[in-house]
Design a protein around this ligand. Structure first.
Ligand code: PHE
Length: 452
């Protein structure tokens, strides 16, 4: 691979930018929207426990491996994997980590943009005051009406994809860095305000118990597969996003510490979002297992009654949209970086990739209305895409990464890049990556295949 490709996309300028960018990638619809609703669908506590175990035993070790590989090569995951497999003398089969990742990116971006479009719709709904004092029933009906309108959904899907494209096209430093510096802190503050509010609701403790009481009788094979898949989805793993961002990370920064921070912040946001949403769900007699609408139905009820709710509600959904945006760009980055290395301009690469993802996204739009009855193995187009990416492609990518870094890259190759001072910590990480993560992923995976 020619040397001019290395580092051609730019380097994060600030000391903290990688943390911010990787957290921006990790924290998104996965935490605010998906985590609460799949927790609701999978019975609560026991699911959360399995999810936390997956984050610790598979997610964080794989994340460190991905960031390390990216920084070592400083190019798109597809080209990085080409060089790494040659250097490690591993079967070229492991190159599929790069290709499959880019493909997963298309699929994920396609539905991610549709759901982010919902958040945009809700910015308008809250700002207009239409949700003031809304009842639980009316909130459910408003959500249903939005889903029933494919034209509306398509418009907002288009708007979101366009915004994503604009940020990506502007590049790593000018597009992303500046936006993230301001927006991420605001998101945290707003979540704290909402958390404070949720503490005052009568359903808080019930929600808390729902999330943290471990009732293993509710655990099914499917929920274990979903927990594993979600731990990859929420940490942006198994498809090259973190590898791509690692490629822009300054050489001196400690990878280990940084990754721990990202993993911690991402988990914190998910758990806080869960506590907020379930407090409102139980206070208003909503169904925790009501699916993708959970956040969109429950939060407006809270905003509708709290003082200053219109303001906070509007800002909140703006931030959900921004959290989604900072994730969406990272979903597209592996494919975009690769196309740029192939000789496309960044703008052209962005246009092509976003257009393809946009087109696939129409399938998701329709799966909530016109195509709602068309099901493959009992799943709509959106459900299938979500299932195959999160529960098959990402864990498979993670499995290959764990095996590749654990078994094929030499200690020297890795140590040079990690610069981890603590040898014990290195040994523990390598052990987990060699034995625990792959075995856990493989076991869950094999069991889960029966669900396809
Ligand atoms: N981690 C993001 C979220 O939780 C989604 C994502 C998946 C981003 C895969 C990048 C890669 O919303």
């Amino acid at each position: 691979m020619s040397e001019q490709k290395r580092g051609m996309h730019g380097i994060w300028t600030g000391r903290w930018t990688f943390i911010l960018a990787a957290t921006g990638s990790a924290v998104g619809l996965g935490n605010l929207w998906k985590f609460p609703y799949i927790t609701g669908e999978n019975g609560g506590g026991a699911f959360v426990l399995v999810y936390l175990a997956c984050i610790l035993l598979a997610g964080i070790p794989v994340m460190l491996a991905e960031a390390m590989m990216g920084r070592k090569k400083r190019m798109s995951p597809i080209n990085a994997m080409k060089e790494l497999t040659t250097e490690a003398g591993s079967p070229s089969f492991f190159r599929s980590i790069g290709w499959m990742g880019a493909l997963s990116g298309f699929f994920i971006l396609s539905f991610y943009s549709v759901i982010a479009g919902w958040a945009l719709v809700y910015v308008g709904k809250l700002a207009s005051g239409a949700m003031a004092g809304i009842t639980a029933d009316a909130s459910g009906a408003a959500f249903g009406a939005m889903l029933a309108d494919p034209a509306g959904l398509t418009i907002w899907h288009t708007v979101f994809m366009f915004l994503t494209g604009v940020v990506i096209a502007r590049g790593v430093n000018k597009g992303l860095e500046s936006a993230l510096n301001i927006l991420m802190p605001i998101l945290f503050v707003l979540m704290l305000i909402l958390f404070g509010y949720s503490l005052t609701t009568p359903g808080f403790m019930q929600g808390f118990h729902f999330l943290f009481d471990f009732d293993f009788s509710k655990l099914t094979t499917e929920s274990i597969v979903v927990a594993l898949g979600h731990s990859f989805f929420t940490l942006s793993l198994g498809m090259g996003a973190i590898m791509a961002y690692g490629a822009y990370m300054p050489a001196k920064q400690s990878l280990g510490k940084t990754i721990m921070w990202v993993g911690f912040l991402d988990t914190l946001v998910a758990l806080v979002a869960g506590m907020i949403i379930f407090a409102i769900v139980f206070s208003n007699g909503l169904e925790p297992s009501s699916g993708p609408g959970l956040m969109f139905v429950s939060l407006p009820i809270a905003f509708g009654t709290m003082p200053g709710g219109i303001f906070f509600g509007t800002v909140f959904f703006i931030l959900v949209s921004i959290a989604a945006l900072s994730s969406a760009i990272s979903i597209a980055e592996p494919a975009v970086a690769w196309a740029v290395e192939k000789g496309f301009t960044r703008v052209k690469a962005t246009m092509v990739i976003c257009s393809v993802a946009w087109l696939i996204g129409l399938g998701t739009v329709l799966s909530f209305n016109e195509w709602a009855e068309y099901k493959l193995f009992g799943k709509t187009f959106f459900d299938s895409l979500d299932f195959v990416t999160s529960n098959v492609m990402l864990p498979l990518g993670g499995l290959l990464i764990a095996i590749f870094v654990g078994w094929f890259m030499s200690s020297d190759m890795i140590k040079n890049e990690l610069k981890m001072k603590n040898d014990t910590l290195f040994a523990v990480w390598r052990f987990v990556l060699r034995f625990i993560s792959p075995v856990a992923i493989a076991l869950i995976f094999i069991n889960g295949l029966g669900l396809l």
